[in-house]
Design a protein around this ligand. Structure first.
Ligand code: UD1
Length: 430
């Protein structure tokens, strides 16, 4: 088990290059197997989730040729198995995108029920409802979802909840279902649009992605494509809050500022100074941070994946802030950890009441999930003294070269794996 050991108290200053969006990449890699031609995908983030999905794709028989850390070639013509192993699903929930991809292409898919980050109960009823509407028979047998159809056909589908995963999964299957599919109450996240753009590059006919009505005309075949994934808005937002929380000045580069609007708006509200460029955003921490209220919502609302990062920053802002989590019910598991660093957060139901103005102090804390883990690292960088963050395997799932990027901004942070190394770090930083 590895840890991050951090000496906090230094403002982070400089420029940081943002990688491709993990959540877009996961769906795009799955979709890439839907053609028998070779697909080239660029701007892939080099993170654990992506590497596990590539293993799963190669395990079912596709050719995966990793040209370098951010580029891969995939050829799905050699797929021999429509059944995905539980090993992969256990590690990354998003391997369920292989359901939509395999079902669209082969009209048959078998994928175990997903696990993933424990941030609340995560049903997939809307995915299954969509597949059924497209004419598939869907059964659950021995913990696996089996979706099968003699023939898929387009249909009119109304999603009961706004779901990124269900929108993408159903869009993939529908892109090869003869006839017209309309998905209503669709998710509008930038990665939904990115996956639609990628499928369209392969010859699909998808219109309206990015609005809440997506119209798809099924095509018989998809073809070769070359595609570059959009920048990761959550990685970018995490560094933006790192600037705010440490009193720093960070320019995040290789971003689409439009995708960061909800985050930018909150940073302005709490007193930061923001400069937007074509493909970069500079965040300068205000002299004083102010309180605010925030509620997580589907895009273009404030993202649930940025909830722990803002909450941790608000522990240092003047006044009482309220953070409401409306997407996942179990996303406050970091609160006990941050309170051990001197914060004062009280959780009632899906709402956190944050008494601000606290000076955080280093402590030993544990990352409960991916985004909360990153937020605890930010807290450690802002805190006085030494912080040790355990269970960083969660953070490695979604942040490329996290500690290297932080170090390039002036952070004192090391990745270690023994108590001896922690002691050595403590001695070396005094
Ligand atoms: C994706 C992201 C995740 C992000 C989330 C919300 C990936 C790999 N993960 O997760 O990082 O936090 O979007 O932006 O892209 N729901 C149902 N039934 C369903 C599906 C979802 O009730 O069939 C509910 C969920 O419990 C949740 C809400 O809908 O309350 C949104 O979930 P969803 O958008 O599907 O999240 P994911 O796609 O799993």
């Amino acid at each position: 088990m590895e840890q991050y050991v951090i000496k906090g108290g230094t403002p982070l200053v400089g420029e940081v290059e943002i990688a491709g969006a993990k959540n877009a990449a996961l769906a795009i890699l799955a979709a890439a197997i839907m053609t028998d031609d070779t697909v080239l995908i660029e701007n892939l983030p080099d993170v654990r989730d992506i590497n596990v999905l590539l293993e799963a794709i190669s395990e079912i028989g596709a050719k995966v040729d990793r040209i370098n850390k951010s580029t891969v070639k995939i050829n799905g013509s050699t797929i021999t198995d429509i059944s995905v192993d539980y090993e992969y699903i256990k590690k990354i929930r998003a391997s369920y995108y292989l359901l939509g991809a395999l079902l669209g292409k082969y009209k048959h898919a078998e994928v175990p029920l997903p696990g993933g980050c424990d941030i609340g109960s995560r049903p997939i009823d809307q995915h299954l409802k969509g597949f059924r509407a497209l004419g598939a028979e869907v059964d659950i047998d021995h913990g696996a979802i089996i979706a099968k159809a003699d023939e898929l056909r387009g249909n009119h589908i109304f999603m009961d909840v706004v779901s990124v995963g269900a929108t993408i999964n159903v869009m993939m299957a529908a892109s090869m279902a003869p006839g017209r599919t309309i998905i209503e109450n669709a998710a509008k996240e930038p990665h939904v649009v990115d996956v639609a753009n990628f499928l369209n590059c392969m010859g699909a006919n998808i219109k309206g992605a990015g609005t809440d009505v997506i119209r798809i005309r099924g095509v018989e075949k998809l073809h070769r494509a070359e595609y570059s994934i959009i920048p990761d808005q959550i990685e970018a937002g995490t560094f933006m809050f790192a600037a705010a929380a440490t009193g720093g000045d960070i320019t995040v580069k290789n971003v689409i500022p439009k995708h960061l609007e909800a985050t930018t708006a909150k940073l302005l509200e709490i007193g930061c100074i923001i400069d937007e460029y074509d493909d970069a955003v500079r965040v300068r921490a205000g002299k004083k941070l102010h309180r605010t209220h925030v509620k997580t919502l589907p895009y273009p609302g404030y993202p649930t994946d940025m909830q722990p990062q803002i909450a941790i920053t608000l522990t240092m802002a003047e006044g009482t802030s309220i953070v409401t989590e409306s997407i996942f019910e179990n996303r406050f598991k970091y609160v006990d950890e941050i309170n051990r660093m001197g914060a004062s957060i009280r959780v009632e139901g899906n709402t956190a009441f944050i008494e601000g103005g606290k000076k955080l102090k280093g402590a030993r804390v544990s990352a409960p999930d991916l985004r909360a883990g990153a937020a605890l690292v930010i807290a450690g960088l802002a805190a006085e003294g030494i912080t040790v963050v355990d269970d960083i395997v969660y953070i490695q799932r979604g942040y490329e070269c996290f500690e290297q990027k932080l170090r390039s901004l002036g952070a004192t942070i090391e990745r270690v794996s023994t108590e001896k190394e922690i002691q050595k770090f403590k001695l070396s930083v005094g």
